[in-house]
Design a binder for this molecule. Structure first.
Ligand SMILES: NC(=O)c1ccc[n+]([C@@H]2O[C@H](COP(=O)([O-])OP(=O)(O)OC[C@H]3O[C@@H](n4cnc5c(N)ncnc54)[C@H](O)[C@@H]3O)[C@@H](O)[C@H]2O)c1
Ligand SMILES: O=C(O)CC[C@@H](O)C(=O)O
Length: 415
């Protein structure tokens, strides 16, 4: 191993992991040399979150921790965020970018788990199992075929044909379902699936509607009273996407009136922050409804994969500046070099930035051996390797003085 000095020794890089991130994350970060790791089982909010973030360099969260602009701006040392899940709507991504903080996630490590849960729910709801199971637990005996149906031959309408939607379509076809989908962008349909021309067309044709869109301004309130009325009488609605996509009060009315024959919801507009906190929903107590506590992706297999994938992205970024897989940042990756110095620089995307950066290296008589710049409309991110190890503190100070600089760090120096 060559003589190596890192800008900040790994044992001084503070890592905070909230919401019960899996052991695989700790194992990966430990193997990468990070020892200063604090793991908490719960989500934090407000002042408690801000206080906990003081001095933290790398933060890991799941879906419950809300990283608002105020929280991000108060985090004095934060260099990257890892969402140990798929959704990133809990993070103010634009603010994180403006502060030079890349946000990573695990885009398909729990895809299969969600798709399997939905298949199970379709079978259970078409057979009215929730009510019969509850009745049997209470000593009842409801042996009738009324409103109990096979899955085979029914039409599944998938809203959002991305990773989960398309995985679900494969499973559903294997069960003999006819599958249609609606997505706002053109998609390659697997098997025999057919694209619906509009959301309304899908709602009018499906026996079961399953939602798999992200939470965005466009998808908030996507399914309200009008959309429910457009669904077939006796249809079933399943939401394992995000709570705000559906108007739950309207779903409760549709269930009470018998227009919908069943529903499953794994996600809710307001979710408890920790296990044991009271959960309230307008769907509680309604017939043929499955309510689950946001566990669509919560299998041991998925959590282990997510822990490893997201932790690797955080350690790669901290070690070498790689932003591959960042959801709010230009993607840059350069193989680490055995010797020399590596700097990263995040800046507003204004003309002349590369010239200004190169002038700094030339001023310090440093030979640039590799350089990788990527920009998006707002920011630029560059990783620069210099052959020599000379006055890194001076170089860093000069880089930070370039107008438009959001962040600069020395990633390593090796001789
Ligand atoms: N319940 C859980 O535990 C759980 C687990 C994983 C993911 N999720 C949620 O599921 C969502 C989907 O996950 P994914 O991995 O399939 O994401 P994805 O990005 O692969 O797919 C989302 C799809 O939705 C489409 N879309 C976006 N806006 C739309 C609109 N208005 N109408 C129709 N389609 C639209 C996109 O084009 C894309 O194809 C995630 O964003 C997350 O919020 C929940
Ligand atoms: O694990 C979680 O908290 C969220 C799971 C899921 O909603 C996701 O976005 O991956």
């Amino acid at each position: 191993m060559p003589n190596q000095r890192i800008s900040l020794p790994k044992d001084r890089i503070r890592i905070l992991l909230l919401e019960g991130v899996a052991d695989s994350a700790i194992a990966l970060l430990g193997a990468a040399g990070y020892t200063n790791i604090q793991r908490e089982s719960k989500a934090l909010e407000g002042e408690a979150l801000k206080a906990a973030l003081q001095g933290v360099h790398l933060l890991g969260i799941r879906s419950r921790t809300q990283l608002t602009a105020e929280v991000l701006e108060a985090a004095d040392r934060l260099i990257a965020v890892g969402c140990f899940c798929i959704g990133t709507n809990q993070v103010d991504l634009a603010t994180a970018k403006r502060l030079g903080i890349p946000v990573f996630n695990a885009p398909f490590s729990n895809t299969r788990s969600v798709a399997e849960l939905v298949m199970g729910e379709i079978v259970m709801l078409l057979r009215r199992i929730p009510d019969r199971s509850r009745s049997a637990h209470d000593g009842g005996w409801d042996k009738s075929a009324t409103h109990s149906r096979e899955v085979r031959g029914k039409t599944l309408g998938i809203v959002g044909y991305g990773n989960i939607g398309s995985q679900l379509s494969v499973l559903a076809e294997a069960f003999g379902m006819r599958v249609i989908y609606y997505d706002t962008v053109p998609k390659l349909g697997h098997g025999n699936v057919v694209a619906a021309a509009s959301l309304r067309d899908l709602l009018a044709a499906a026996d079961v509607v399953s939602l798999h869109v992200p939470e965005t301004a466009e998808t908030t309130g996507l399914i309200g009273a009008a959309e429910l009325a457009a669904m077939r009488p006796g249809a079933i609605l399943i939401n394992n996407a995000r709570g705000r996509v559906v108007d739950l009060d309207a779903v409760a009315v549709a269930l009470r009136e018998g227009h919908l024959l069943g529903a499953a919801a794994d996600v809710f507009p307001e979710e408890p922050k920790r296990n044991g906190e009271r959960f309230v929903s307008p769907l509680q107590g309604l017939p043929n409804v499955i309510l689950t506590p946001h566990i669509g992706g919560s299998t041991e297999e998925a959590q282990e994969r997510i822990g490893e994938e997201t932790a690797r992205k955080l350690s790669d970024y901290s070690d070498s500046g790689a932003t591959l897989g960042a959801v709010n940042f230009p993607e840059v990756t350069l193989p680490a070099r055995p010797s020399g110095t590596r700097y990263m620089h995040v800046h507003r995307n204004v003309p002349g930035m590369l010239a200004a950066l190169n002038e700094v290296f030339s001023r310090f008589s440093l030979n640039i051996s590799a350089q990788y710049l990527q920009t998006d409309p707002e920011i630029g991110y560059v990783v620069v390797d210099a052959d020599q190890v000379a006055d890194p503190e001076g170089v860093l100070a000069a880089l930070r003085q370039i107008p438009g600089t959001l962040r600069a760090r020395l990633l390593y120096e090796r001789s």
